[in-house]
Design a protein around this ligand. Structure first.
Ligand SMILES: *Cc1c(COP(=O)(O)O)cnc(C)c1O
Length: 359
């Protein structure tokens, strides 16, 4: 068996120690005599798994006590509806910053339930930068202010987050949660699908300040009400039990490695290896504004579609998978989430150098 370097944008590479532990425990978890997949979510054994995962996340992100952690289904995409259903009723209005197609989808969904103010957008240049935010365009009466912290498809990120005063700041952190230290207390809600930087697909993490729970619109389905899940410790119905177990193993790996500040340093080193090469190469170049560069998703092009295709094909033959850019932007994209080892990025750059020399 040979594992390759997987640069997929999601579902994406997972840390090997977590996968090995899952393999060891596949047939029998602890003394339970069964696989985690076969367990009742009401059992003592499973309770320790789900509460353990929550405790690890609280510790790693330093989540204050007045925040709930919810493990939900439906992906980050369901949060695009859950957020307005639960929050927009306060004033009927919400602010969104449009920095990519995920942000656009979120804003569009919210517009079904209230009045949406798109504060700024970078769509004029294929979302290749984070727009300057003009505070006079913020609605002081908005129920919340929504951003996408890292734009998975385009490879930009908010280096700093806007100060929204008394309006709760909400962030879709699907592709950079746990990649850098953030101050949770600055946010009203943080949500993220697990399959990019936290675990397998199937579970979505919502970190929500308690006072934002319990104000849902009357039309909100029971399953889409944060209160339902908050009141029942994410076990109102059957949670995605195995995905939560895997999430816990990934969090344990991150803790053993030194936590978020340790991985942030490694992530910056990894991103610099690739960006330094892109800045010096005469064949490959990055596609976004330098000041807004993501440390998780790094798109690049040669400027020649045929050459891009040749590169992707030869990279695959050499053990570098999933480097094709998103269909909406083309070119290449290397997603280098927490679990991508530094050696993987270094090896990719060596391969790119060789490709440049040969072509
Ligand atoms: C992948 C992604 C989504 C969609 O996630 P699903 O879990 O597939 O619904 C939303 N937002 C961002 C920033 C993403 O990267």
């Amino acid at each position: 068996m040979k594992r390759i370097y997987n640069f997929s944008a999601g579902p994406s590479v997972l840390p090997e120690p977590a996968l090995k532990k899952a393999a060891e425990e596949m047939l029998c978890y602890g003394t339970s005599g069964m696989s985690v997949m076969e367990m009742s979510h009401r059992s003592k054994a499973y309770e320790s798994i789900i509460y353990g995962a929550e405790a690890l996340l609280r510790e790693l992100m330093n989540i204050p006590d007045n925040y709930k952690v919810l493990f939900l289904q439906g992906g980050a995409s369901s949060q695009f509806a859950m957020v307005p259903l639960n929050l927009i009723g306060k004033t009927g209005k919400a602010d969104y910053v449009i920095t990519g197609s995920w942000a656009k989808k979120a804003s569009k969904e919210a517009a079904r339930y209230g009045k949406v103010n798109n504060v700024a957008s970078s769509e004029d240049a294929t979302f290749s930068y984070i727009p300057e935010l003009d505070k006079s365009k913020f609605d002081p009466d908005a129920s919340y202010f929504h951003v996408t912290s890292n734009n998975t498809i385009y490879g930009t990120r908010f280096v700093d987050f806007p100060d929204t005063g008394n309006v709760p700041l909400l962030a879709d952190m699907s592709s950079d949660i746990l990649s850098r230290v953030i101050d949770v207390s600055k946010f009203g809600i943080i949500y993220a699908g697990a399959q990019k930087n936290m675990g397998p697909a199937g579970v979505t993490v919502v970190i929500i300040r308690e006072d934002l729970i319990g104000n849902a619109l009357d039309i909100t389905p029971t399953m889409l009400n944060y209160k339902t899940h908050s009141d029942n410790a994410s076990m109102f119905n059957t949670p995605p039990t195995y995905s939560i177990y895997m999430l816990g193993l990934v969090l344990q790996w991150l803790k053993d490695l030194g936590g978020v500040s340790a991985i942030e340093k490694i992530n910056e080193e990894k991103a610099n290896i690739l960006y330094d090469f892109l800045d010096s190469s005469s064949m490959f170049k990055g596609t976004v504004a330098k000041k807004d560069r993501s440390i998780m998703n790094i798109p690049f092009v040669t400027g020649n579609e045929e050459l891009d295709a040749k590169f992707i094909k030869e990279a695959k033959e050499n053990g570098f998978e999933n480097l094709k850019g998103h269909r909406s932007v083309g070119g290449m994209r290397a997603s280098i989430y927490n679990a991508m080892p530094k050696e993987g990025v270094a090896a990719l750059v060596e391969f790119m150098k060789e490709f440049e020399r040969m072509n």
